[in-house]
Design a protein around this ligand. Structure first.
Ligand code: ZN
Ligand code: ZN
Length: 473
């Protein structure tokens, strides 16, 4: 009788315990890669990160105390000093810089106007790398093309003596896939226009916005092709220009850009590491790019990525030293062409196989909705466990296993580094991207916490999993 009674109460107690634990933690009975203690730790990290404003404090500090950080400017230099000091203040075990060189370019001024038939101002910005116009600008009739391909397919002298206007409108998508088709006209438009005899180039901004800010971004010239001014107007101004042209009379505009290429510049990747206990040479690489364009304060692009990953590294290692190292890399001169990332790949070429997981946050600060890997098949069970632990943060598992990673991971691709996309909602990202309007107020502190929590869980699990994650063979 006694025995039976005791048995019953034990059962009752364990049922209650089980019921309680299923409310507070993910049930994880059959984990092959993590101990029960580690799973509890993941839950703890999640809770702490969702309560913390650490990432907000970091991005606020960067965008306020430093501001714009265009490569080669005093702001960029200040950003590097800021990052070194911040890593040290946050207690990272090792903090260091690595140089990266890039072609330096400075913007002085930019303006544009319709000269005839109805004089009015246009809101314009020079694209990165653009040459200057003469002091009084370049003035000519505008010829409109719908796409870069239309311009390239036009007769040889189609734009002779004119200013080419490419009026391609970017599509809005959650995953930002409207950017690829739109950005072609930014990188290659000036060359294509010059080949058809144009004296200037202006495009509809790579933008999903309704405001009147123009979006800058990198553009290129080509050896042997005449360099002409390369610029972009806001969506609203592009609409206006389109309507004026549609009236059927010749439309003349003036573009005045004063800018300068200044030879080779040097900046620095800033790296902070929390050293692993068991396999210190192996590491999780997370990060963003420290530089920004000059027009805004680079809050969404990419102060947010800097803040999310710095904070995540701290959350992931707050209670105990990780098994493998956690390295936060803040890349230099991304906006001018991934120069810091290229330098990193080169400097670390012989030991890139030590990277067990790499992810860059460079798509703003809206919520992370998915996780996608690019790893060896043998590593997929670990990825599934990570994805399972992210479910409660509303992150879904994208099973394609073909993640590209962020832009600064592109130079690591040939080395088959295991890469991840922690996919953010980019629906609104291109409203602000590369404009004067990319400022701190565009970041939602609650969504920023979710980002830091997702990165922290990912980082902890990749650094501590029993199986080492490896890249595709
Ligand atoms: Zn970026
Ligand atoms: Zn950018």
């Amino acid at each position: 009788m006694n025995k039976r009674f005791n048995f019953a109460s034990v059962t009752a107690i364990s049922l209650v315990t089980l019921a309680l634990s299923s409310f507070t933690t993910t049930v994880f009975a059959k984990s092959a890669n993590f101990t029960e203690q580690q799973i509890k730790q993941v839950e703890h990290i999640k809770e702490e990160a969702l309560k913390s404003d650490l990432a907000w404090d970091i991005v606020e500090s960067l965008t306020t105390e430093v501001g714009p950080r265009m490569p080669g400017t005093p702001g960029d230099e200040a950003g590097v000093a800021w990052a070194v000091a911040k890593f040290n203040a946050m207690g990272f075990d090792k903090v260091w810089t690595e140089p990266a060189t890039f072609p330096k370019w400075i913007r002085y001024s930019e303006s544009a106007s319709v000269v005839s038939p109805s004089p009015q101002k246009l809101h314009i910005t020079a694209l990165g790398g653009s040459i200057s116009t003469p002091k009084d600008g370049v003035e000519a009739e505008v010829i409109e093309f719908e796409t870069l391909a239309d311009l390239e397919n036009a007769p040889e002298d189609a734009a002779k003596g004119k200013i080419v206007f490419i009026n391609y409108r970017m599509d809005r998508h959650r995953d930002g896939n409207g950017y690829g088709p739109a950005v072609k006209a930014r990188s290659g438009g000036a060359v294509a226009a010059a080949k058809k005899g144009a004296v200037g180039y202006v495009m509809r901004s790579v933008s999903t916005a309704h405001h009147r800010f123009a979006h800058t971004g990198g553009s290129h010239y080509k050896e042997g092709v005449t360099k002409i001014v390369s610029s972009a107007i806001s969506n609203a101004d592009a609409d206006q220009l389109q309507r004026l042209i549609a009236l059927g009379k010749p439309v003349t505009i003036n573009i005045n850009v004063q800018a300068k290429s200044m030879g080779e510049g040097t900046s620095y990747n800033v790296i902070g590491e929390i050293t692993g206990q068991e396999f210190p040479e192996e590491y999780v690489l997370i990060g963003g790019h420290l530089d920004s364009w000059d027009l805004g304060t680079g809050a969404l692009d990419d102060g947010a990525g800097v803040a999310i990953t710095m904070a995540a590294a701290k959350f992931a290692t707050a209670q105990e030293k990780p098994k493998r190292s956690v390295r936060v890399v803040l890349f230099a001169a991304e906006e001018f062409g991934l120069w810091g990332a290229k330098a990193y790949a080169k400097a670390h070429e012989s030991e890139l196989s030590n990277i067990v997981a790499a992810a860059e946050s460079d798509f703003g600060a809206d919520k992370i909705w998915g996780i996608e890997s690019n790893v060896d098949d043998n590593s997929l069970p670990v990825i599934k466990e990570i994805a399972q632990m992210l479910e409660s943060l509303n992150v879904e598992y994208i099973e394609t296993n073909a993640a590209g990673g962020g832009p600064d991971l592109v130079p690591l691709r040939p080395f088959k580094v295991p890469s991840f996309r922690l996919a953010q909602d980019g629906t609104d990202y291109f409203n602000y991207h590369h404009t004067a309007d990319d400022t701190l107020d565009k970041i939602d502190p609650v969504k920023l916490r979710q980002n830091a929590a997702v990165y922290a869980v990912f980082t902890y699990m990749a650094a501590n999993s029993k199986t080492k994650i490896s890249g595709k063979k």
